[in-house]
Write a protein that binds this ligand. Sequence first.
Ligand code: NAP
Ligand code: ZN
Length: 346
Amino acid sequence: MVTAKARAVHGPDQNFREAELKRRELDTTDVLIEIKFAGICHSDIHTAHGEWGEVNYPLVPGHEIAGIVTDVGENVTKYKVGDRVGVGCMVDSCGECKNCREGEEQYCLKGNIPTYAGTDKYGEPTQGGYSTHIVVTEEFVLSIPENIGLDEAAPLLCAGITTFSPLNHWNAGPGKKVAVVGMGGLGHMAVKIAHAMGAEVTVLSRTLNKKEDGLKFGAKNYFATSDEATFTELAGTFDLIINTVSAKIDLNAYLSLLALNGSLVNVGAPAEPLEVNAFSLIPHRRSFAGSLIGGIRETQDMLNFCAEHNIAPSIEIISADEIDQAYKRVLDSDVKYRFVIDISTM
Ligand code: NAP
Ligand code: ZN
């Protein structure tokens, strides 16, 4: 059994404190990973603050994990000691239901086992990547391509796959007009990936403050949603809109920007219900949908796609003592564009 150093939060209004985690003995198909970097996702903040429901504290968040394999169970075939690997938002699923068999483990009919704030098959609470080590069954471990640094790989395991999956499913590509709402951690990856897929990308941000970055990431157009003229100018324009906003927004205004048969896909996950007017959908046969991360096979495809297209997140590396400050800055939208914890500072 490995004792990992970690940073845990003990309540919704608490700061992070040093903690220790007992990581389980390796089962036959388990991999022990020494974590090098962990990204900070807004979902970590929603969860740590108890916004999505009751949490069993102490909680160690972190589901954007990159590191090195340091030990393997006797039946492990995919990985060996020294491999560069990643772990995303889930660490297991039933493996038997229709969705799991189709490689959509995130939609496991029995519920996937989240990397933190879940219960594993041994009945133990799962604890995430703000820690020095983690033990994960090999089927839920990803291989990180050589030309992606481990620090830049970490955010791909959630922000990357959460945006790649709907762009892929809704066929973003040449001839398609894609809008990305909110340019934070997920949003900036959506811009880079949609551009690499060949789509024409427009950013819809509250202000024009990040316009230069957006254009550099591959957007062709960049509009401020605080300017009402944006909604008249762009009415009926987009085939696909990816909403990455972490708060409740007026979806009906954004639905009016969809072209005939267009889809607005929500990946942002505010706690409050979102209101959709039937008459925002009916007149142009529009769809409103949601999407949850991506399956393991698709996550590996995303990593390989990013390696091939030289795409990496834009990151700011912080030490383990700076997590509280980073949370505050994410809530203030003062992030360019993902905080990544250097686990060696733990
Ligand atoms: P983030 O870095 O904080 O980015 C969110 C962006 O939304 C901000 O940069 C900001 O963009 C915009 N925004 C924030 N507050 C707003 C408000 N009140 N009104 C309008 N726009 C606002 O967060 P993230 O890590 O990308 O995560 C985004 C959301 O996706 C979170 O709710 C998270 O839980 C969720 N998520 C879902 C999945 C999934 O599988 N579906 C996976 C991961 C995360 P501008 O400054 O450009 O306006
Ligand atoms: Zn996440």
